[in-house]
Design a protein around this ligand. Structure first.
Ligand SMILES: Nc1ncnc2c1ncn2[C@@H]1O[C@H](COP(=O)(O)OP(=O)(O)O)[C@@H](O)[C@H]1O
Ligand SMILES: [Mg+2]
Length: 331
C-alpha cells in the first residue's frame, strides 16, 4: 500500500478528433487533504475528475484510489467515492429528501439511506428545515448545498467537487466554502475540487495544482506557489514618460522594471517597507505620481508568470446559466 489515497501515473485522455484534454499527469494526493485543481476553462479539470471517478476511461496511463485501479477495480472505486458534477443533477420536480433517496440507487447501495442519515446530511448544510420542499423552490446556493450532500450519501472516503461554486454570487460562494470545510472536518473525507476561481483555490486547498492545456504547471501550497514569485509589485503612474525613467532608477528594484505607457511596475522585496523608500526617492527627484498601487503575490501572478496568460474568470456565470437553461429545455 502506498501513503497516498490517490495516485496517477501518466494519466491521459484524448477525445475523438485528437483533442488532448489531459496529457499524462502525475499526481499523489494525501489522505484527508483538500486538493485543488485550478485552471482556466478547457484546462482539463473536468476530464481529470471524470477519469478518477470512473465515468470515462483514460486513453493511457493509470490511476488508483485507495489502492484500487480506476479501470480494473472501478466498482470498488465507485463505492468509496462521492461525486458532485459540474452541472446540477438534482431533480427540480422532487423534494430534497426524495433526491437524496434516489441517489442511493445510482450508487447501487444495498438499501435506501435511513431518514436519520438523510436528516444528518441536510443538517450538515443547514437545509434541515427545507428537506420536504421541492428543489425548484431552492435558491442557487441551496441547490449547490444539496448537490454537495448528494455526493455524501454513500459515505465516501474521497469526494470530488467539480466547480462547487460555479455561478454563485460572492457571498453565497463564501458560505459554500464554509460548508466544504465543515464536510472535511466533520466527516474526514479527502476532497478533490476543481475551480477556475483563484480565491476559491486559495481559500480551500491545502495544496493547489495549477493545470493548463492538459498539463500540470505546478503543485504546492498557496504559500509555496506565491513564494516562487520573487516579491511584491509597486505600480506607479506619472504624468510623462521621462519621469518613469527616473523612477526606474530606484535602487530597491529586484529586477529590471517594466514600463508600459505611463506606468511602471517595480518588483521589490517587500512593498510595506519599500514603498516609503520609493516615495522619498521620488520626492527627492521632484516627481509627483498620478497613481500608485501595490500588488502582493497572487495565484493569478503565479499563473501569469508560468504561462504568460491570466486565468480569466468571466465565463463561469454564463456556463451556469447555460446548464440551467439546458435542463429546462430537456423537460
Ligand atoms: N466529451 C468531449 N469530447 C470532446 N472534447 C471534449 C469533451 N469534453 C471536453 N472536451 C475538451 O477537452 C478539453 C478539456 O475540457 P474539460 O476537461 O472540460 O476542461 P475544464 O473542466 O478544465 O474546463 C477542452 O478542450 C474541451 O473542449
Ligand atoms: Mg470543467
Amino acid at each position: 500500500m502506498t501513503d497516498y489515497i490517490i495516485e496517477t501515473e501518466n494519466l491521459t485522455k484524448t477525445y475523438p478528433g485528437n483533442i488532448q484534454a489531459v496529457k499524462g499527469i502525475h499526481l499523489q494526493i494525501k489522505q484527508g487533504e483538500i486538493f485543488g485543481f485550478l485552471g482556466p476553462n478547457g484546462a482539463g479539470k473536468t476530464t481529470t475528475i471524470k477519469m478518477l471517478s470512473t465515468s470515462i476511461t483514460p486513453t493511457s496511463g493509470s490511476a488508483s484510489i485507495m489502492g484500487y485501479d480506476i479501470v480494473k477495480d472501478s466498482l470498488r472505486v465507485r463505492r468509496n467515492i462521492g461525486v458532485v458534477p459540474q452541472d446540477l443533477t438534482a431533480d427540480e420536480d422532487l423534494k430534497a429528501v426524495e433526491n437524496l433517496r434516489m441517489i442511493a440507487r445510482f450508487y447501487d447501495l444495498p438499501k435506501v439511506p435511513s431518514n436519520k442519515k438523510i436528516a444528518e446530511l441536510l443538517n450538515l448544510v443547514d437545509l434541515g428545515d427545507v428537506g420536504g420542499h421541492y428543489v425548484r423552490t431552492f435558491s442557487g446556493g441551496m441547490r449547490k448545498r444539496l448537490e454537495l450532500i448528494m455526493g455524501l450519501v454513500n459515505e465516501p472516503k474521497v469526494l470530488f467537487l467539480d466547480e462547487p461554486t460555479l455561478g454563485l454570487d460572492v457571498q453565497t460562494r463564501a458560505k459554500m466554502w464554509d460548508y466544504i470545510k465543515k464536510v472535511r472536518e466533520d466527516l474526514g473525507v479527502t476532497i478533490i475540487l476543481t475551480t477556475h476561481y483563484l480565491e476559491e483555490a486559495d481559500e480551500l486547498s491545502d495544496r493547489i495544482c495549477i493545470i493548463d492545456h492538459g498539463n500540470i504547471i505546478t503543485i504546492g501550497t498557496s504559500a509555496e506557489l506565491k513564494a516562487s514569485l520573487k516579491g511584491d509589485s509597486i505600480i506607479v503612474e506619472t504624468k510623462d514618460e521621462e519621469s518613469l525613467k527616473t523612477v526606474a532608477e530606484f535602487s530597491g528594484s529586484l529586477e529590471e522594471p517594466a514600463i508600459n505607457g505611463k506606468e511602471i511596475r517595480l518588483t521589490v522585496k517587500d512593498a510595506d517597507s519599500d514603498l516609503p523608500l520609493l516615495m522619498d526617492f521620488m520626492i527627492k527627484k521632484g516627481i509627483t505620481p498620478m497613481k500608485m498601487s501595490v500588488q502582493k503575490p497572487s495565484l493569478d501572478q503565479v499563473f501569469l508568470k508560468l504561462t504568460g496568460n491570466e486565468i480569466r474568470e468571466d465565463s463561469g456565470e454564463s456556463a451556469f446559466k447555460q446548464a440551467l437553461t439546458m435542463r429546462r429545455m430537456r423537460r
